[in-house]
Design a protein around this ligand. Sequence first.
Ligand code: S0N
Length: 277
Amino acid sequence: MALAWQAVNSYEDILYHKANGIAKITINRPHKRNAFRPQTVSELIAAFTDAREDTAIGVVLLTGAGPHTDGKYAFCAGGDQSIRGLAGYVDGAGIPRLNVLDLQRLIRTMPKVVIALVAGYAIGGGHVLHLVCDLTIAADNAIFGQTGPQVGSFDGGFGASYLARVVGQKKAREIWFLCRQYHAQEALEMGLVNVVVPVEQLEAEGVRWAEEILTKSPLAIRCLKSAFNADCDGQAGLQELAGNATLLYYLTEEAQEGKNAFLEKRPPNFQDYPWLP
Ligand code: S0N
């Protein structure tokens, strides 16, 4: 049965819905193959931040509106080249921005599962967006690729190093150096996506995966996500993982004793807590 999605807020460049513990964020610029401008990214950051803060939400689906009137689908075609200035994508106030990098970090570090639902093109910065999601469900019409060296840009952050972690160094270099496009089945074979489904089943499959995840332990999923990140993210990854260790420690009576002793102006008594092997 289809979910009864409730619209949340109203944005210009995105759609934002929630239902039954799932948030759905849709890039809504199909006339540009869902390419993002700074405003699109700001709205995405606002919606992802809301989903992160909402304790009822465990899974976020990120997708692109479509098909367009020409019948073609897109997840996202990257930065909007028509407003690319000298130092980034120029916003309404004339300020050049590369704010998609903030969005990438938010998706990667939020302690909820983010699933990209890709129909049609995931190209350039749009390809990096699906890459930084925890899971990717591809429609059978999905097309993946980087265009940087062809259009005068590159993503040397997650777009390069994390891509190499996912598909291997040789394949990542091929993807960036040749700027080819890869079909859903090829993406599946290189481990870039988790599953391929008929395009008309894309959202339903995403909801099925989300519902399955929502039956699992939120704290376990949270710690696992930060553990996977810690492997690649250096000190920032360790901070994220260690923050979860602190969160779990705060939940114990042992940690409560330390705080209570301070507030009650007495020495702490940790004698009841074992030095586990
Ligand atoms: C997606 C493609 C392959 C689809 O081809 P198709 O189906 O033939 O459609 P088109 O006729 O080409 O497109 C339909 C309409 O959509 C517009 N459009 C498509 N993509 C964009 C875009 N990226 N920007 C602006 N407009 C776009 C077309 O112009 C067309 O409009 P009309 O009908 O009015 O002519 C094909 O469209 C394609 O190749 N698109 C360009 C893909 C691309 O090169 N994207 C940019 C890659 N670079 C980035 O994303 C920057 C990376 C990045 O964001 C970043 C990374 C690290 C650090 C910072 C940044 C940062 O810059 O923020």
